[in-house]
Write a new protein. Structure first.
Length: 224
């Protein structure tokens, strides 16, 4: 079960989020893009319950002027997502969260070849535009063979070591294995599960968000 502390955090977050209606991205907002698959796309959830909208509300509740751009797609592999990197860059993100790889592994793609190759290609494109990147791994489900799970972990860690990106090891930390936080398929997060995901990963994202906010404020002060 989820800890009492986590439950209280979720309750406080709901109260704060309810008082913060969605708003269009301001020119000075910190622009965060999310590239992901069905774990972040709001699969089978109501509008506004998906990862991107919850992340935006949560960041704003913590005092950050953030606009989150949704570049997630159910069933996406790393190759699929790499084809859309131009659309991601068109949104001029300051920070990009990349959470991919599970669909590749489930379809039997070679993690060390396919996942590593396409993720590196995306990261290089983002780095050329001076975009800060946070990469999220995903713990393989119990139904995946131990060999394939080891290969997936190896691909993630090889990528992080080579590219020196901020790394969050398991996007589903605190959610996987908790039926009350999952849909009936026992794999995808439900609305409560998404909130836990956001709360868990935010400490990894927040330093970059805070840094970018300081840069924006500095530029604003220079032009006053």
């Amino acid at each position: 079960m989820v800890s009492v502390r986590a439950g209280r955090m979720a309750a406080v977050f709901l109260l704060l989020a309810a008082s913060l209606p969605p708003r269009p991205a301001a020119a000075e907002a910190i622009r965060v893009a999310v590239i992901g698959d069905s774990l972040t796309s709001g699969f089978q959830l109501k509008e506004g319950e998906g990862f991107c909208r919850v992340l935006e509300r949560y960041a704003r509740a913590r005092g950050h002027d953030v606009a989150v751009f949704d570049h997630t797609a159910t069933n996406d592999t790393t190759q699929d997502a790499s084809r859309r990197i131009g659309a991601v860059l068109n949104d001029k993100p300051d920070i990009v969260l990349v959470a991919l790889g599970m669909n590749d592994a489930l379809r039997g793609n070679d993690p060390m070849r396919d996942i590593h190759y396409y993720l590196v290609a995306m990261l290089m494109a983002l780095e050329r535009e001076k975009v800060k990147v946070v990469f999220a791994g995903i713990r393989p489900p119990s139904t995946m063979s131990k060999l394939k799970a080891r290969e997936l972990y190896a691909a993630y860690h090889k990528l992080v070591k080579e590219q020196r990106q901020a790394f969050y090891p398991d996007l589903m930390d605190g959610v996987s294995g908790h039926p009350e936080l999952l849909l009936e398929d026992r794999f995808h997060p439900n609305a409560r599960g998404v909130r836990v995901m956001v709360q868990r990963i935010f400490p990894t994202l927040e330093p970059l968000i805070s840094w970018r906010g300081k840069v924006i404020r500095h530029h604003q002060n220079l032009h006053r």
